[in-house]
Design a binder for this molecule. Structure first.
Ligand code: ADP
Ligand code: 5GP
Length: 196
């Protein structure tokens, strides 16, 4: 296992339905590097299968804003104009680095731009699907959002796609296995640069 240290940050963004959550799960389980998923805080209610502290830290509005006022967030955003806030707690980065790992952030474009300002060397990856129709198809097939919410996510996706060129890497999630391999290769190369 190669060594990791402070400031090892990976940021993954992409349209809702592009496969970010699926990829993070696979990568954390299988990469040759130590990847630690930064568990985001959110005020959105949990989906039936989601677990507090594993998928997200599910907070009330009051709890979220308390942490915000205490300066505990590296970044935060209201995502999809949904009225729900999402944010990365600085403590999640520390948790990853204490384990000698890379902090793996799966966050939206607004948050990613803020992380890029603070950590210009962060490894930033934008995930696309072979066509726009495909992330919409996957989002609908996942079956976790109402039509209203789906429409908001699709509108946001259009804006997000326009910012893909702000990321260091763009990966197309066509076959999951290939996307996993491609991201593993990116991270191994970035690790080598840091160890050089
Ligand atoms: P996101 O976190 O980007 O919103 P998810 O990881 O929830 O996306 O994936 C959306 C849906 O697409 C899920 O049902 C997932 O199983 C499926 N999916 C993910 N990657 C692929 C892929 N490469 N090919 C087909 N379906 C996929
Ligand atoms: P979902 O509600 O489907 O879990 O996530 C919705 C969106 O919120 C995704 O685009 C995801 O990348 C983004 N997101 C999740 N956690 C964070 C976070 O900590 N900060 C920001 N800015 N966005 C996040």
């Amino acid at each position: 296992m190669v060594q990791s240290g402070p400031e090892r940050i990976v940021v993954l963004s992409g349209p809702s339905g592009s496969g970010k959550t699926t990829l993070v799960r696979e990568l954390v389980a299988r990469a040759d590097l130590k990847l630690v998923k930064a568990v985001s805080a959110t005020t959105r209610p949990p989906r039936p299968t989601e677990v507090h502290g594993d998928d997200y830290w599910f907070l009330t509005d009051v709890e979220f804003h308390e942490k915000l006022n205490n300066g505990e967030f590296l970044e935060h955003a209201e995502v999809f104009s949904s009225g729900y806030f999402y944010g990365t707690l600085r403590s999640e980065l520390e948790r990853a680095w204490k384990q000698n790992g890379w902090a793996f952030l799966e966050i939206d474009v607004q948050g990613a731009l803020k992380v890029m300002q603070q950590y210009p060397n962060a490894v930033t990856i934008f995930l696309q699907t072979p066509s726009a129709a495909e992330f919409e198809r996957r989002l609908r097939a996942r079956g976790t959002e109402s039509e209203n919410v789906i429409q908001r996510r699709l509108a946001t996706a259009e804006r997000e796609l326009q910012l893909a060129d702000r990321y260091k890497y763009v990966v197309v999630n066509d076959q999951l296995e290939s996307a996993v391999s491609e991201i593993c290769a990116i991270l191994m190369a970035e690790e080598m640069v840091r160890n050089a």
